[in-house]
Design a protein around this ligand. Structure first.
Ligand code: SF4
Length: 358
């Protein structure tokens, strides 16, 4: 009898798919329940046994638990507020689109660099709006005003709406609406993979879905609580096969040790993983990392261990649209990043188009 223990075959552990977002606490504004979407979300909340409370206004949501700012922030990011969108004047959304179309504010992702940390101030919880019809009526007016020009709307300026789609269904409504607008176009960007409910929609090519991608170093170090790169790319393949216009946003582009290898690998992995139909009409947007002094202070409090480099001495000051200086890379570094990544894009996607580098 042999005394040698047979070796077990090496088992490759399958990584679990990134789960759809589940809030830990939900607040409803009372008016929200007068809308079918509000009712639907309430049913979903009850069927998932999620605790909920009523609130008169999202401005009244204070005293969330947590001892430190970082703890309170984490809890806020798992808190959902269901209400009405009151402001129906849309912000501009250059360079990605003409206007920002508001369907949600706040996000469950924990990207260290995210600008929502400062723009949402003391309200980092996630707000979703049930009066999408009002939002679409307002969009229609903007389209009419700009006719015969095409008007584009960005749905991801203040959130990652795909990560909330299983709760709201708002993207589905917007895609269906925009499909019937000869002069209207929708676009949104995501770091999640839950595209399946959108694949069957009759979009008429009027919605461009973009995935936010980055060098491995950036995704691993700065993007907790988002889908893995492979999941995003698999979803991009599905979107391309469903005939949607597809794009990638490489943002924020971060100068780090080995950035050339990192970004070269990113583009070659994209080319390997995407189906041939994805290459046609593919767009790329490139945004270098930037921060304001306020953002730096907030990020250092919320993610004290972050490796995110925010050394003002190493950056170039640029006047920001919102009245605050922002810090970008010095010209030489910007040019190196832009040229290198552009070359890699055209090497792998000769038919691709670069919308902008900023
Ligand atoms: S996924 Fe997008 S919106 Fe959400 S935290 Fe990350 S960068 Fe911000």
């Amino acid at each position: 009898m042999s005394t040698v223990t047979p070796k077990r075959p090496a088992v490759r552990r399958q990584k679990r798919p990134t789960a759809p977002f589940m809030p830990e606490l939900v607040f409803f504004e009372p008016n929200a329940l007068n809308y079918p979407k509000g009712e639907r979300i309430m049913e979903w909340v009850k069927s998932n046994n999620i605790p909920y409370r009523m609130t008169t206004s999202h401005n009244r949501i204070t005293n969330l638990p947590g001892e430190t700012e970082s703890e309170q922030y984490k809890i806020a990011k798992r808190t959902l507020v269901v209400g009405l969108r009151k402001t129906l004047t849309f912000d501009q959304s250059k360079p990605s689109a003409d206007y920002a179309i508001p369907i949600a504010t706040g996000c469950m992702g924990h990207c260290h660099y995210c600008y929502l940390q400062t723009t949402l101030g003391a309200k980092p919880y996630i707000r979703v709006y049930v009066n999408t019809d009002d939002v679409m009526d307002a969009a229609k007016k903007y389209i009419e005003e700009r006719s015969p020009e095409i008007t584009t709307f960005e749905a991801a300026c203040t959130s990652d709406p795909l990560g909330l789609e299983h709760i709201t269904g708002s993207l589905e409504e917007l895609i269906n609406f925009m499909a019937k607008e000869p002069l209207g176009r929708l676009r949104f960007v995501t770091k999640y993979q839950h595209v399946d409910p959108l694949l069957k929609l009759q979009h008429n090519g009027h919605t461009r879905i973009r995935f936010s991608v980055n060098a491995d170093y950036v995704i691993k170090n700065f993007e907790p609580a988002t889908a893995r790169f492979e999941e995003r790319i698999e979803a991009a393949g599905k979107v391309a096969r469903a005939g949607y216009p597809l794009g990638f946003i490489i943002a924020p582009i971060i100068w780090h040790d080995g950035w050339q290898e990192g970004y070269a690998e990113l583009l070659s992995k994209l080319a390997e993983a995407l189906p041939p139909e994805a290459g046609k009409g593919l767009t790329f947007e490139m945004i270098q990392h930037r921060f304001t002094k306020t953002a730096k202070t907030v990020i250092e409090k919320r993610y004290p261990k972050s490796k995110l480099e925010m050394d003002i001495e190493k950056r170039k000051k640029k006047w920001g649209r919102w009245g605050q200086n922002k810090y970008v890379y010095p010209d030489e570094q910007q040019t190196a990043l832009r040229e290198f990544i552009t070359e890699r894009i055209f090497e792998h996607f000769p038919e691709g188009k670069i919308d902008y580098f900023t």
